[in-house]
Every structure is written in structure tokens, then in C-alpha cells.
Design a protein around this ligand. Structure first.
Ligand code: NAD
Length: 436
């Protein structure tokens, strides 16, 4: 099938790549000229493992093209994916201006039946809204062209995007016509996954409910970690024991310094706002937002408890992206932590396998290590913000010998506590400080 994907960010690129792999003919569209030029040269503008070689291969086979012209991309297309950003507005709602712009432009160029698919995360009712914008543009042109708007939310995890798209747990298809449903089932027929057929409004809600549930799970274990800390209990053991229950499951039960990223904070906020708009206070969401907000403060208090006043102390942060295997730093806990540590007067050095430069652009006054070993030189404490494998696998004996102090604050409970203690570190983990 001939497919157009609008927006070549984390979601758009992955959608284009995975659909290209299963044999579809793909046009990727973005307003960012540099991104399009890079992509047409087989260069991935983001860090996402495994995607670049697949793009290069598809370009070579002529199955994938990138352009800044939506009009050109739309010629003969059967399906258009909208995969543009929906960032958070200051009042907590998602900003739909990119989705609106795209819908208007589709309406300006459409001449025959197309299925338009919302892949961006958008509030309940947006499929109908997109439909009304397109209809308005067609009316201005004096045309009456049939089309459908489908909600097909994306559930990929950055860092594992391609593998998630190749084999998703489920594909949610919110269709309002049989024709659209048939087109979408044909599109995904070669992807082996459960297909959940439902209405566009239900599909839109499934996305927000799923992300908010995951954020709740993380926040639950983070609050448990704070209690475990006070009661001489190890939260890692607790999570392990809980996760063995199939009704609970082991995922998203790792206590840490709070959730971040481009999705959870904004999606929880958007769902809470959806409730407020119909006069319903979403009390669970309100609590998890508060708890998550305070998690870095709580962490910082624990650091101060161990190290005393932080004024003038040299602290190295290892792992700066919001999670491993991505260069994405949107709402990363490291940002909040750096800000707070600087306010306390600490000297900060940071290192991340791929996100160091992005952090340096935001905090030009902090030092960035060329690698983890140079970053920890003379540090009095090391903080693990993100559990990259290459950070967990560092030679910790060498790290210890390079440091000036011996504190290690494992903000992700990712390191081997016993080994580090044997190496002479004063180890601190989130909710696992039994000998306080
Ligand atoms: P992104 O910011 O990485 O990419 C968005 C892209 O859209 C940018 O390249 C931008 O230039 C482009 N764009 C904006 N306006 C455009 C226009 N008029 N025409 C063409 N291109 C335009 O965003 P993302 O992380 O890929 O997220 C996209 C959507 O998917 C969001 O709604 C997000 O909530 C959702 N989502 C993201 C993830 C994730 O892990 N990143 C996962 C699931 C869902």
C-alpha cells in the first residue's frame, strides 16, 4: 500500500520504517528541512537503536522517500498517518496546533478517498475534530470527497521502538466505518499482534489510560520505596515478590528518582485535564503528579543526609537521558536534579553515552566528561540517573580509584550493591537503606 507519514520524530520514523519493512511504499513528511535532508541521506536525526540500517536499506530499495512537501507525498496515497508532536500547554492540556495544521493541509490537497490515521497522542474527540477541519477545507474548495479518520495510538517505548513496532503487544484501531477498518486490517495483516477493533473515542482513551496506569505503577513503587526507607525494608525485594503475582506483573515496578520523558508527564496531565473539563477531579492522577514531582526533592534530601551541605561538593551524574538507549531528554529527571544540585551550590559533571551534548546546551555551566571515567575524576559522589547498560557495566574498582570520595547514589537501583560495598563505596539505593 502507498502510505504517507507526517512527522518524522521518534514515532513517525519508527512507523515509516516498520511499515516499509513489511512491504509498503512509504513517504515520510516533515517541515524540518534538515531532518528531511539527513533522512534522505540515510542519517537518523535521533538516537534509536537498529533503525538507521533499516532506513538505509529501504532507501536503497526505493521503498522509502522523505520530503517536505505534503502535496507531493499525498499523490496516490491510500493512508496518511499523523505523527506530529502534541506537547503540553502551560495549563496542562496538549497543544493540538501541529495536528490542526496538518489536518488543514490534508484538506487543501485531498482529491480522493484516503484513510487519515491519528498516531499522535490526542484527547478524546480529536478524530471527530480532525474530520471537521478537513471537511471545512474541502468545503472551501467546493469539493465533497469521502474520507475516514481513524485513531491508531502508538505504544512504542523509545530505545526499543523498532522491536515494539515489529511485534507490538496489541494494535488498537478506532475506526468509524467498515471501509476504514478493512483498510487498516489490510495494512497490518503482516504484523503478528492482537488487533483491538473499537471506536475512535475508545482508542483515544486507551492510550491515555495505558500511559497513566504505567505512570501510576511507577509512582506506587516510588512511594513504597520511601516507606521502605523508613522501615528498614528493601523495596527491590518487595517489588520482586509483588511482581511474581501474575495479576501484578514485574514490569514498571522499579523504584527510582521519578518518571519523565516526553509522554508520561504530559499524558497524565492531559487525562487529568480531560476529567476537569467534564467536572471530574481525577484524584489518583493528581496524587501521582504530586508524588512524582516530589521524588527528586526526596532524593536530594537523602543525598544531603548522607553528605551534609552540598555547597562546593563535586558530584557526577551518570546517565542523563530520561531512560536508557535514547537521546531524548524531554522531562528527564536529570534536568530537575541538575537544577536543584546547582541551587545547592554543588559542582556538577555529567556523562551520558548519547545525550551529553543536549544537556550541555541547557546547562552550559556544568562539566561534561568525555567518558564515564573522566567524568568521575575527583568526584565526591556519583549519582546514577539513568541505567544505561554501559554505565552498569563500568569497572567500578577503577571508578572508585578515580574518585575523591566514596558515595554512590543509585537513583535507579540498577547496580550491584554487595559488589560496590566490597569495593569500599558507601552505597545508597532508592528504598533499600536497611542500616540507616
Ligand atoms: P517528535 O517531537 O519527536 O516529532 C514530531 C515531528 O513532527 C517533528 O519532526 C516535527 O518537525 C514534525 N512536525 C511538526 N509539525 C509538522 C507539520 N505541520 N508537518 C510535518 N511535520 C511536522 O514527537 P514524537 O516523540 O515522535 O511524538 C509524536 C506523537 O506521538 C506525540 O503525540 C507523542 O505524544 C506520541 N507518542 C510518542 C511516543 C514516544 O515515545 N516518543 C510514544 C507514543 C506516542
Amino acid at each position: 500500500m502507498k502510505i504517507t507519514v507526517i512527522g518524522t520524530g521518534y514515532v513517525g520514523i519508527t512507523t515509516a520504517t516498520s511499515l516499509g519493512e513489511i512491504g509498503h511504499q512509504i513517504m515520510g513528511v516533515d517541515i524540518d528541512e534538515l531532518k528531511i535532508e539527513q533522512l534522505n541521506n540515510g542519517v537518523l536525526p535521533i538516537y534509536e537503536p537498529g533503525v538507521e540500517p533499516v532506513i538505509q536499506n529501504l532507501l536503497k530499495q526505493g521503498k522509502l522517500h522523505f520530503t517536505t512537501s505534503l502535496k507531493e507525498a499525498m499523490e496516490g496515497t491510500e493512508i496518511i498517518f499523523i505523527a506530529v508532536g502534541t506537547p503540553q500547554l502551560s495549563d496542562g492540556r496538549p497543544d493540538l496546533k501541529y495536528v490542526e495544521e496538518v489536518a488543514r493541509e490534508i484538506g487543501r490537497h485531498m482529491t480522493e478517498y484516503i484513510v487519515i490515521v491519528d498516531k499522535s497522542t490526542v484527547p478524546v474527540g480529536t478524530a471527530e475534530y480532525v474530520q471537521s477541519i478537513i471537511k471545512e477545507q474541502l468545503k472551501l474548495r467546493g469539493l465533497s470527497v469521502a474520507f475516514d479518520v481513524v485513531s491508531n495510538p502508538e505504544f512504542l517505548q523509545e530505545g526499543k521502538a523498532l522491536q515494539n513496532s515489529r511485534k507490538p503487544d496489541r494494535i488498537v484501531l478506532g475506526c468509524s466505518s467498515q471501509v476504514a477498518e478493512d483498510v487498516m486490517l489490510k495494512l497490518y495483516e503482516n504484523i503478528d499482534a492482537l488487533k483491538h477493533l473499537t471506536s475512535p473515542r475508545n482508542a483515544e482513551m486507551i492510550k491515555y489510560a495505558s500511559n497513566s496506569f504505567l505512570a501510576t505503577k511507577i509512582t506506587f513503587i516510588n512511594e513504597m520505596a520511601r516507606l521502605c526507607d523508613l522501615l528498614a525494608v528493601d523495596v527491590v525485594e518487595v517489588a520482586k515478590g509483588m511482581g511474581m503475582d501474575k495479576r501484578i506483573g514485574p514490569y514498571f515496578l522499579q523504584a527510582g528518582i521519578g518518571y519523565g520523558g516526553s509522554c508520561f508527564p504530559k499524558d497524565v496531565s492531559a487525562l487529568a485535564m480531560m476529567g476537569r473539563e467534564v467536572n471530574m477531579e481525577m484524584t489518583i492522577l493528581k496524587s501521582i503528579q504530586e508524588i512524582n514531582q516530589k521524588q527528586t526533592d526526596w532524593f536530594l534530601e537523602r543525598v544531603k543526609e548522607c553528605m551534609g551541605a552540598l555547597d562546593g561538593k563535586r558530584i557526577t551524574l551518570l546517565g542523563l537521558s530520561f531512560k536508557p538507549d535514547t537521546d531524548d531528554i524531554r522531562e528527564a529527571p536529570s534536568l530537575k536534579l541538575i537544577q536543584k544540585l546547582l541551587a545547592e551550590g554543588a559542582f556538577i559533571t555529567g556523562f551520558d553515552p548519547v545525550a551529553s551534548n543536549k544537556i550541555k546546551n541547557i546547562f552550559p555551566n556544568i562539566k561534561i566528561g568525555e567518558d564515564a571515567y573522566s567524568a568521575v575524576k575527583d568526584a565526591e559522589a556519583v549519582v546514577i540517573c539513568t541505567e544505561w547498560k554501559e554505565i552498569i557495566d563500568l569497572d567500578w574498582r577503577t571508578i572508585k580509584s578515580l574518585m575523591h570520595g566514596d558515595f554512590i547514589f543509585d537513583g535507579r537501583n540498577a547496580l550491584d550493591r554487595e559488589m560496590l560495598q566490597l569495593e569500599g563505596f558507601q552505597y545508597w539505593g532508592v528504598g533499600r537503606n536497611l542500616n540507616k
